[in-house]
Design a protein around this ligand. Sequence first.
Ligand code: PMP
Length: 312
Amino acid sequence: MTHITNTSFPYTFFHKKIVKTEEANVSIMTNALQYGTGVFGGMRGYYNHEKGFLSVFRMKDHYKRFLQSLQIVGVSFEFNQKELEEITLELISKNKPKTDTYFRPFAYTGSLNISPNLIREEPLDFALYMIPLGDYLPTDKGVTAMVSSWRRVSDNAIPSRVKASGSYFNSAMAKKEAMQNGYDDAIFLSENGHVAEGSAMNLFIVRDGVLITPPKSDDILEGITRRTVLQLAKDIGITVEERSIDRTELYIADEAFFCGTGAQVAWISHIDKRQVGNGKRGEIAGKLQDLFFSVVRGNEKKYASWCTKVKV
Ligand code: PMP
């Protein structure tokens, strides 16, 4: 069951301190609200009911990408990697989530300046909030996807490897089109016509036993789940290729799946009304999906370093 809630936990980090979530508000004139001049992250924590801990997945890597995004944008920011991790741990201990949780770090232009500008000297504001989050896309059945008529923003327009607020207008257009046409999600082609990714997730296909995903240079967000899946696949002996994918390869793939922090690993049953493989969860997608869930829940010793376990 897809389960999304917009109810935040009671506390949020805002204006350099932890406040009640209902007090974490901005003005209608906020620059980031008008122009999408923000950069954000999305991280998950998985709650272990028996042992009472939250396992935060690849926190270091998420904040590393977040800071790299800010470096690309070229703005100043007042928190470093260590401070961001500490803020997260402090917020967890305040909110004590007893459920699977999504973390949203957000650096944004909080000024009321009327021009669309990112001024190096004005540090971006920072907020971190948490919401309970189950599946974003179904993971217990196949999802359906359409190749979007919208192209993925190119790295030279709004840098695709930056998780920039403004670029999610592009995602929203594709998601809307897909849903209005009865599909669960969209697959973007890049401006040069190669398969890029989903509306807010990366994409893998399987052909003749080889796991294939678009390269980092095909206008994708460099997903941390994508990197995780590539590593897990290599570790269990699956051949992987990072190379450009043509649209028509989607129609003859044996298997396909989306992956991302929100999407987790969600296998695809149909693309543009063509059945993918036998229309069921494929062997490779299935193996990776099972292993992924075991890893993120902190049950695989070998990958323990990816999980920050916090008693709640
Ligand atoms: N692409 C886009 C456009 C996304 O929004 C996301 C979600 N952050 C991803 C890919 C997957 O990235 P990650 O695995 O780091 O969540």
